[in-house]
Design a protein around this ligand. Structure first.
Ligand code: IMP
Length: 207
């Protein structure tokens, strides 16, 4: 019994802890199942951090860096953040970095979708993509990982799951909108899962 308890503690110490700099529970839910058991991702709340980090920049990369940089400064610990935008071809890449506040304040996913559908009302070209940038602060260095999911904007909302623009985004090769998919199904296509795969590959290589 004593030896068993000791072994458990050894496994505990071997686990590397990484803070995920987000307050978005959906993002945590999507990322956690993709992370191997040797790495423990903890949320800002679990790290006891209550902060609303601004996203003042005009690129996803700069905003992701801002978020991971703030948490690194506050904690001194390895951490990562991610920033995502929906880029619609016929709108010149909008809403892009402004995706969260496309329809203004207060942030409303429903209002954002309504504005997007209105702006695409008479538009044939529905091509769009989600782009995620992860900024990792690891042992004093910064690393960026990108994930892209190509697709099209539907004419009407479909499904109740997910968040943000999920009800109107149909990934290429899928017959369901993101909001009609389980977490596992969304992960087969998603921008976030692709960026996380690159992050995990890096962490595995680094040991
Ligand atoms: P953030 O700045 O990375 O939190 O993302 C900006 C906005 O993009 C969010 O508020 C959502 O509206 C949208 N968004 C980000 N990721 C997704 C996703 O996976 N599905 C649908 N919308 C998303």
């Amino acid at each position: 019994m004593g030896r068993f308890a000791k072994n458990i503690r050894i496994i505990d110490y071997a686990m590397h802890q990484l803070i995920f700099a987000t307050n978005n529970a959906h993002k945590v839910q999507e990322i956690q199942p993709l992370v191997p058991s040797g790495i423990r991702v903890i949320t800002l709340a679990e790290a006891g951090i209550d902060v609303d980090i601004p996203e003042p920049h005009d690129t996803l990369e700069a905003n992701a860096d801002e978020k991971s940089g703030v948490i690194l400064q506050m904690t001194g610990e390895d951490c990562f953040s991610e920033d995502t935008g929906l880029e619609v071809e016929a709108l010149g890449g909008a809403p892009g970095v402004k995706s969260a506040r496309y329809a203004g304040e207060p942030v409303s996913h429903d209002a954002n979708i309504s504005l997007l559908l209105k702006n695409l009302e008479a538009v044939e070209n529905r091509n769009a993509r989600f782009r995620t940038v992860i900024s990792l602060r690891w042992k004093g260095y910064r690393h960026l990982f990108e994930g892209i999911c190509e697709g099209t904007i539907l004419k009407e909302r479909r499904g109740e799951k997910g968040f943000g623009y999920d009800p109107v985004f149909l990934p290429d090769g899928a017959d369901k909108a993101f909001a009609e998919m389980t977490l596992e199904e969304k992960s087969q296509y998603s921008h976030r899962a692709k960026a996380v795969e690159k992050l995990i590959a890096f962490l595995k290589k680094e040991g």
